[in-house]
Design a binder for this molecule. Structure first.
Ligand SMILES: NC(=O)c1ccc[n+]([C@@H]2O[C@H](COP(=O)([O-])OP(=O)(O)OC[C@H]3O[C@@H](n4cnc5c(N)ncnc54)[C@H](OP(=O)(O)O)[C@@H]3O)[C@@H](O)[C@H]2O)c1
Length: 397
């Protein structure tokens, strides 16, 4: 990857009220000379968004629906000149806003794809947390980024670690990358024990504080599967060049192995401030409030192979990538419905891989040539997953 210019970055932050969004605003607030917020996008959390608008004074803000937009406009009062928009158009306007050079893509799920693609299309560099963008449309997005000469820099800690482990090395010397995974809260549970896992237990991640969807994905290891697909496109690798290793301490965030046997790893205290600030300051490293790693306090660094029988979601993601074309978008759409149903108490924990697998089995793979094709595959997967849930709910239990 080439060097990104270091002048002031003007930023549109998509998903500002989420876990990544709030951490990104802390990085920005700590470096006011280097970053300026021009636009914020959020979903429903109007109280927090209003605070953010007052603090960062963006030119434009967009929310999901009309009523919260009215509520926000009222709560900002006439003294705040920020333009308030809503819906798909508002989100796209923020993602493509003139005068913005960097878009932080941190909306959860498939909803992040369209604005992120629009940002790339309009020539913005992207700091990417929304892995679903590359899972669903990696080929299209990376091709458009190359065509428009824009950078897509990862916020995911694993991909940030890989990016750092690639610096100063020749690509032809790279043998493979190894993505680490904590293994989540159910690493040691048997399948019988997993059968009774509740949403509260799944939302309690041992090492990372994240939004609900990615936390459940981390528990099922679907998150690691999505990250494998993300890495494939981001770094232009073959699937055979991407390994996954369970590393419960989350100290080594990922590694790159070279043909002479050297392995370069990036280590650190697990906190998203570090990869967010690297994505914004690449190739430089900013000062952050994150404590340095205290090696005397780490009892051991341990590693194990992932168990694809107990963590079927990881296997399904690998299978979807092998199939390619529309299948990764279908995997992603079905998984979003499954996680939603699990969090609502409609689907048991082990129903998540079952539902995803069933939808994948029903899908007739088709080519993906446009973003519209991706959205069609996503819509089909959601519709089908909901149908399966409705018709066969009892069999899922
Ligand atoms: N959290 C992490 O540590 C982490 C690490 C690596 C990668 N990621 C990735 O980063 C992304 C965000 O994760 P997160 O943990 O920050 O999620 P989160 O805490 O649930 O936040 C999601 C954000 O997106 C907004 N949003 C959701 N749907 C929207 C829509 N349709 N239109 C506009 N805004 C919408 C939410 O707004 P409201 O809350 O206002 O409704 C919120 O600001 C995910 O793709 C995740 O996989 C997260």
């Amino acid at each position: 990857m080439e060097t990104v210019e270091t002048s002031t970055k003007t930023i549109a932050l998509l998903g500002s009220t989420g876990s990544i969004g709030c951490n990104a605003l802390e990085v920005i607030a700590s470096n006011p000379q280097q970053y300026r917020v021009e636009a914020l996008v959020a979903g429903q959390n109007i109280a927090l968004l209003a605070e953010q608008v007052k603090r960062f004074q963006p030119r434009l803000v967009a929310v999901l629906n009309a009523e919260p937009a009215r509520e926000l406009r009222e709560s900002l009062g006439p003294e705040t000149p920020t333009e308030v928009l809503w819906g798909r158009d508002g989100c796209l306007r923020a993602a493509t806003l003139e005068g913005v050079n960097t878009v932080i893509s941190a909306i959860t799920g498939a909803a992040g794809l369209e604005p992120t693609y629009a940002a790339v299309q309009s020539g913005k560099n992207v700091a990417l947390a929304n892995k679903e963008t590359l899972v669903m449309a990696g080929d299209l997005v990376m091709r458009k980024a190359a065509e428009n000469r824009v950078h897509i820099l990862p916020i995911d800690s694993e991909h940030s670690a890989v990016l750092q482990s690639l610096q100063g090395h020749r690509r032809e010397d790279l043998k493979r990358i190894i993505l680490t995974a904590s293994g989540g809260p159910f690493r040691d549970l048997s399948l019988e024990e997993m059968a009774s896992v509740t949403p509260e237990q799944a939302l309690n991640h041992p090492n990372w504080d994240m939004g609900p969807k990615v936390t459940v994905d981390s528990a099922t290891l679907m998150n690691k599967g999505l990250e494998v697909i993300e890495a494939r496109w981001l770094f232009g690798l073959y699937m055979s060049q991407i390994g996954v290793l369970i590393h419960p301490q989350s100290i080594i965030h990922s590694m790159a192995e070279y043909r002479d046997g050297s392995v370069i790893a990036q280590l650190g205290v697990p906190h998203m401030i570090t990869p967010i600030s690297y994505a914004l300051s690449y190739p430089r490293h900013l000062e952050t409030p994150i404590a340095p790693l205290d090696f005397h306090e780490i009892p051991a660094l341990t590693f194990e192979a992932p168990d694809l029988e107990r963590f079927r979601c990881l296997g399904l993601a690998l299978q979807a990538t092998e199939t390619g074309a529309s299948m990764p978008a279908v995997l992603n759409g079905a998984n979003e419905i499954a996680v939603e149903a699990f969090l609502e108490g409609v689907l048991p924990y082990l129903g998540i891989p079952k539902l995803v697998e069933r939808v994948m089995e029903m899908h007739v793979t088709h080519a993906i040539d446009t973003i519209e094709h991706v959205m069609e595959a996503d819509a089909w997967a959601r519709r089908t997953a909901r149908d399966v849930l409705r018709r066969q709910d009892m069999k899922m239990r």
